[in-house]
Design a protein around this ligand. Structure first.
Ligand code: FAD
Length: 382
């Protein structure tokens, strides 16, 4: 068991990721955000670095042991300069999770090379117009017809929805039975609907995916009928520490930038940094980032050690995203007017931070989970 600090192997990996982030991703971040377009050049760089297959089994190009902690550290590093680019790593891990963890050897052999060799992106289709926080309210159906299933429904807010080649789709196979299917982009009846114009994460593709009588072979069902809900919950235990890392990276990027600015900007004869009110905001940011880093690492490492991390994952996701929102708000304040204009990256970071409080389970849902888990601890009925 290693501690909260990155191991030697992780440190080496992170050096390369940091270099690529600073030299190649950071210079594109503002333009990608302004244009609100998916950046395929960054995607290709992320493939080259091995970061879009990081959570696949090693024989399909993944990193040894597929550790959630390694994923988190890479996400954090990239999010310091561009949150949209960092989200690519998370959606690829989240989307491939049902295949990696519930797929049969045959399904893995059939689909995983499409990711690792053909460089196909993954989408994760759970949310619907009437079902976001309340996953059990989905209405997309998968009906058995001979050797096939026919999928009918509408999925919204899908990250990579318009750019993915493969989708993990949650559908109902019975009145109270939820199942995951892997669905290829080219299947007749699968249409990309509205591509969302968002407040932040404007370099990430978020789209509606419509399933109109999409027929897939029964072999595209992942696990047994009815396994879907448990797969989705297990996926959250991996993805929530990663969203914590995303938020953490945004906060760190905002603090780094603001420290430089506050050191050089002068008011009333001294550097901004030397006004106590400003230095206390910076101290609070540094302290909360450190606390978030510890929580994120604990959540990820607990999972990597094979222990249940549901409560820690919710804590990490909720704490880091609330912290990123508070830190970016304060850092915009420290830059004053310059924090509010697009010549500086702070306003983008502030917009990006907001999403981390909403997706992968909004923070009210995280607090409900934490409350449920701590109640269990005193033996109370939930
Ligand atoms: C940019 C973006 C990318 C996304 N990517 C994906 C993706 O790849 N795949 C996917 O499946 N989904 C994705 N989502 C969907 C996301 O996970 C949902 O938006 C989120 O779970 C919240 O659901 P909702 O928007 O329907 O809000 P609702 O469920 O309608 O909730 C609205 C508000 O009410 C609160 N609330 C709801 N129920 C309760 C309760 N019981 N107690 C207290 N408060 C409550 C919520 O916390 C929230 O603040 C994405 C969303 C966005 C915006």
């Amino acid at each position: 068991m290693h501690g909260l600090e990155p191991s030697e192997d992780q440190r080496l990996l992170l050096e390369g990721v940091r270099r690529a982030a600073v030299q190649k991703i950071a210079p594109r971040a503002a333009q990608t955000d302004a244009q609100g377009r998916y950046d395929w050049e960054v995607t290709s760089l992320l493939w080259d670095l091995g970061l879009l297959s990081i959570m696949l089994p090693e024989e399909f190009g993944g990193w040894p042991q597929q550790t959630c902690h390694t994923l988190c550290l890479c996400v954090e590093e990239i999010a310091k300069v561009c949150a949209s680019s960092a989200l690519n790593l998370i959606i690829q891990a989240v989307g491939s999770f049902p295949l990696v963890h519930a797929g049969s050897p045959g399904q893995k052999a059939r689909f995983l090379p499409r990711i690792s060799q053909d460089r196909q992106l993954m989408g994760y289709l759970v949310t619907e117009p009437g079902a976001g926080s309340d996953v059990a309210a989905i209405t997309t159906k998968a009906q058995r017809r001979g050797g096939s299933y026919v999928l009918e429904g509408r999925k919204v807010f899908a990250t990579n929805g318009g750019v993915a080649g493969l989708y993990s789709v949650l559908a109902k196979t019975g009145p109270k039975e939820f199942s995951f299917f892997v669905v290829e982009r080219g299947r007749p009846g699968l249409h990309i609907g509205k591509v969302e114009d968002k407040c932040g994460f404007r370099g990430s593709n978020t789209a509606e995916v419509i399933l109109e009588g999409v027929e897939v072979p029964a072999e595209n069902l992942l696990g047994q009928p009815g396994d879907g809900f448990l797969i989705a919950m297990a996926d959250f235990d991996m993805s929530r520490p990663a969203v914590a890392a995303l938020a953490l990276g945004i906060a760190e990027g905002a603090l780094e930038h603001t420290l430089r600015y506050a050191n050089q900007r002068r008011t009333f004869g001294r550097a901004l940094l030397d006004h106590q009110a400003i230095s206390f905001m910076l101290a609070d940011a540094a302290m909360n980032i450190e606390a978030g880093r510890g929580l994120m690492a604990r959540a990820a490492l607990t999972r990597d050690q094979g222990q249940r991390n549901t409560q820690l994952s919710s804590m990490a996701k909720c704490f880091c995203s609330d912290m990123a929102m508070a830190v970016t708000t304060d850092m915009v304040q420290i830059l004053g007017g310059y924090g509010y204009i697009k010549d500086f990256p702070l306003e983008r970071m502030f917009r990006d931070a907001k999403l981390t409080q909403i997706f992968e389970g909004a923070n009210q849902i995280q607090r409900s989970i934490i409350a449920r888990e701590i109640k269990k601890g005193i033996g109370a009925k939930s």
